[in-house]
Design a protein around this ligand. Structure first.
Ligand code: CA2
Length: 140
């Protein structure tokens, strides 16, 4: 089964700053981890990251057209992008929203995700292990 792991704005900088919040894993290491864990679960994992909201929306449309399950960290767009939320709502396969940090224990503006209402489920606060859990769910 194909699975896409889609990461939003600024997540390409993972591991370079704020390790106390987001961990020390770099984006390249996250890609390696998801690909390896996915293969162990029998999944063909493709990881993508973008700082362009329009590009993410395009990928979500493509995933919906092809019924591809998605692990999505919408990053800051989680909190205000109705465009990303609307694209997630079009999904035709499971989509698990993942946040590295526990957004509920952080600044109030991070407590709400406009995407979550349209996701199959949400994982927050488990660091990169949240991606493992999401992949395990999709492989079940
Ligand atoms: O906890 C998460 O995964 C977030 O989705 C990450 C976003 C943040 O805006 C959300 O509130 C929660 C931030 C991604 C920025 O990631 C960086 C990590 C390290 C260094 C620079 C950027």
């Amino acid at each position: 089964m194909r699975v896409w792991v889609l990461n939003g704005v600024n997540l390409g900088r993972l591991g370079t700053r704020q390790p106390e919040v987001y961990g020390a894993t770099t984006y390249a290491q996250l890609v390696q981890r998801c690909t390896t864990r996915g293969a162990e679960l029998g999944l063909e994992v493709e990881c993508r990251q973008t700082d362009s909201e329009a590009e993410l929306v395009g990928w979500l449309h493509q995933a919906a057209d092809d019924a591809i399950p998605v692990v999505l960290n919408p990053a800051a767009w989680s909190h205000y992008s109705i465009a990303v939320a609307d694209a997630v709502a079009l999904r035709t396969a499971d989509l698990v929203e993942v946040h590295l940090s526990n957004i509920h224990t952080r600044e109030p503006f991070r407590h709400h995700s406009v995407v979550s209402a349209y996701a199959t489920g949400v994982i927050a606060g488990l660091g990169v292990a949240g991606y493992d859990a999401a992949l395990a769910y999709l492989a079940r």
